[in-house]
Design a protein around this ligand. Sequence first.
Ligand code: MEV
Length: 316
Amino acid sequence: MSITPAERSAPGKVILCGEHSVVHGRPAIAIPISGMRAHARVEPGPPGSGLRMRASNLKREFLLRDLQPDHPLGRAAHLVLDHLQQPEPDAILTLWSDLPIASGMGSGAAITVAAARALAASLDSQLSADIVSGITFEVEKIHHGTPSGIDNTVIAWERPIYFVKGQAPEPIRIHTPFHLLIANSGIASSTREAVDEVRRRWMATPSYYDVVFNCIGAIVRAARAAAEQGALQALGTLLNENHELLAKMGVSLPQLDRLVQAARAAGALGAKLTGSGQGGNIIALVEAETLEPVRDALVVAGAATVWHTQVSTGYD
Ligand code: MEV
């Protein structure tokens, strides 16, 4: 079997609103971060070598045949090869990423999408967004336990989506481009632990948590309408309300609340934690003229890193 050298990449992501309640069947909105990406390259390897994988950021290298069945990269490669009905190729798959690990920006899903697409391309095949999302969902379960599927979906489709678990994603038509600042608290967060914790609390007091999830569902529907109409003030207010409900759910931290408050005080239209919480990142919705003051305020309030992404209309 001949290998065609191939390189592919996939974006990071942020959840605009609806995290956690999306695991429990309510809608959420996710946005790709096209400027920060994971990359994969496949080149021919020596005959008989099998598939060698190099994770450049981690400075690790391994052979597919040596990996346990639950190794994320091994699982991804097997799922692609099974789907294409191809044997293991003699090839070298190199992976690298701009995305910080365990920060809620979808680095694991982005690596899987990039690797799956590069491997398929090296075998002269192409995977649809649906197929690559499905493969990545299987790998996400190894990373995160019981994910909703939103991360693999937004990263595979690379466009803003309105997502309900088990349903086809609905692309969102952004009316007016807007800016998001993404500020990292410097506290590592585990999606698996946060999702498990919320599930335990929901099972202990379902009536309370169902109300919180329903309120967030209503916020997400309103946020979609606001994004599609360019009503950025309203969108900001909805993000603020979503943060208060996430805090009620128990997934915020004083450090995250401090970053959110600092962003709002410096002129952000809205700010909230994003992703699993209990650490990780917040997002702030800002206009061009408040971008720098809000960025400065986030740094003063203790942000370890602040990234900027523009959410544009040009996804069609
Ligand atoms: C993770 O990006 C968002 C969560 O809602 C988990 C999930 O949807 O799988 C916390």
